[in-house]
Design a protein around this ligand. Sequence first.
Ligand code: TXA
Ligand code: MG
Length: 320
Amino acid sequence: MPQNTALLNPVAEGYSQAARLLKEGRCVAFPTETVYGLGADARSDAAVAGIYDAKDRPRFNPLIVHVPDLDHARRYARLGPQAQALAQAFWPGPLTLVLPLAGEGLSALVTAGLDTVGIRMPAHPVARALLKEFDGPVAAPSANPSGRISPTSAAHVMAGLSGRIAAVVDGGTCGVGLESTIIAPDLPEGARLLRPGGLSREEIEAVLGAPLILGAEGQAPVAPGMLASHYAPGATVRLNATSASPNEWLIGFGEIAGNENLSPAGDPVEAAANLFAALHRADATGQPIAVAPIPDAGLGAAINDRLRRAAAPRGEFDPG
Ligand code: TXA
Ligand code: MG
């Protein structure tokens, strides 16, 4: 059934309306510092099912649960020593922790039946105000239709989901621009990096005092979304391009100017913040897309992860 999607302002009235809609089991998109999330009450099967319906997601991936504070996190998950250290260092912020499920109350749709749950305390003031007002756990994947580029503005969300969700809280442009880094801490073998993202591996390793375990080897759960090409533009994407072929739209970096430049100064943090908006704009041209090489250090690793998936052949991936 088509819905009238309200665009809400980040003021007291907007938060109370958004929180009321969430309590009614409706879906509300809201900004986080990484990307816009499509939120629903994580305790309600019907509300969480609404997320899958709105996104047209073909499959049930586990969803990240967003909480206003550490107390709420402890209601649903057990935090071991590494988890506590990481939460203390990086929450609120662009870090998701995959933790053993503890306590009750989350919809089984949120965890997709796993005995772990991904939890994150976002730092964006609009997300924090909404979570505080709602005073409960909010399940939220990125607020894009399945198989499309993640949204970093309310306009991106509206373009993809208008008519399919109850509301969008407009909090401007997302500062980080890449989804959260996902870590599974306190495993017998240490802490595993499940998805590179807006918090660099180097920063996390500095707090843990040990290297993260990379890759999917071993028995630990892999973030199913790691297989997803949910960053895919409609056009083909060519990586490590030092110049544009005829008709290509070149996304530049550093000295490779391109049709637009992710960061003329070659700063991976600035490039991350611009990445998805640049892909949205490139996609809108209808031209094949080329992207300049980006060094792998710091957030460059997460940028390259997203670009590899944008460039990957379609069909063999599970869109998220
Ligand atoms: O920055 C972000 O993380 C954004 C904002 C909205 O918070 N959210 C986001 O959600 O990127 P989504 O649904 O697009 O990606 C969630 C990822 C998927 O790869 C999923 O498989 C993984 O988190 N995940 C969630 N719970 C998990 C669990 N228990 N075990 C392993 N992976 C999990
Ligand atoms: Mg996503």
